[in-house]
Design a protein. Structure first.
Length: 179
């Protein structure tokens, strides 16, 4: 089951309700291939008890779109989901029982206790680019200073070695000068 949430409601809350309804309404193969898109519906009209819930599903297919507006509770969302899943199972309106009609919403009272809250925005922390670049410049400076310190130590060692061999050459008579 794949859920694409574009509504103002929390995706985890919607997923819990949809999964609970799907366990009742669909068989495992239908649940696995189900694709659901949930969109926000602007308040244009008032439906019986809940503002602006509607849906659309392919009859005998694998996709459905749920539109929910402000003020919708978990019970109405569960009913809407079950109604659209009945379409997925191949039922048309004239062959549906009262359970899937507006009057059947009371059969989904179990969903009243389920949470259905507003979406939590994942806001990325704003990074100060100047501070980030400053930290990188400091790290680069430390690397170069370490490299310079190592180079200075290497130069000192080389100078000592040259001085040692110059003293040694000056102290001993030269062998192999060929005179």
């Amino acid at each position: 089951m794949k859920i694409q949430n574009e509504s103002h409601y929390d995706t985890h809350d919607l997923r819990r309700i949809i999964a609970a309804v799907a366990l009742i309404e669909l068989d495992p193969s239908q649940r696995k291939r189900l694709r659901i898109r949930i969109i926000h519906r602007r308040s244009r009209r008032w439906n019986k008890g809940c503002s602006n819930v509607s849906g659309r599903a392919s009859i005998g297919g694998s996709w459905m779109r749920l539109s929910i507006g402000e003020g919708c509770n978990a019970q109405w969302f569960a009913w809407l989901t079950a109604h659209e899943m009945a379409h997925i199972r191949g039922l048309r309106h004239r062959s549906m029982s009262k359970r899937y009609d507006w009057e059947g919403v009371n059969e989904f009272e179990w969903a009243k206790d389920m949470p259905l809250g507003p979406r939590q925005e994942n806001r990325k922390q704003v990074v100060d680019v100047t501070a980030k670049r400053h930290a990188a410049a400091i790290a680069s400076l430390k690397r170069w200073e370490k490299q310079a310190k190592g180079a200075a130590t290497g130069v000192k060692k080389a100078r000592r070695k040259v001085a040692y061999y110059e003293k040694r050459m000056a102290a001993s008579p030269s062998k192999g000068s060929g005179s």
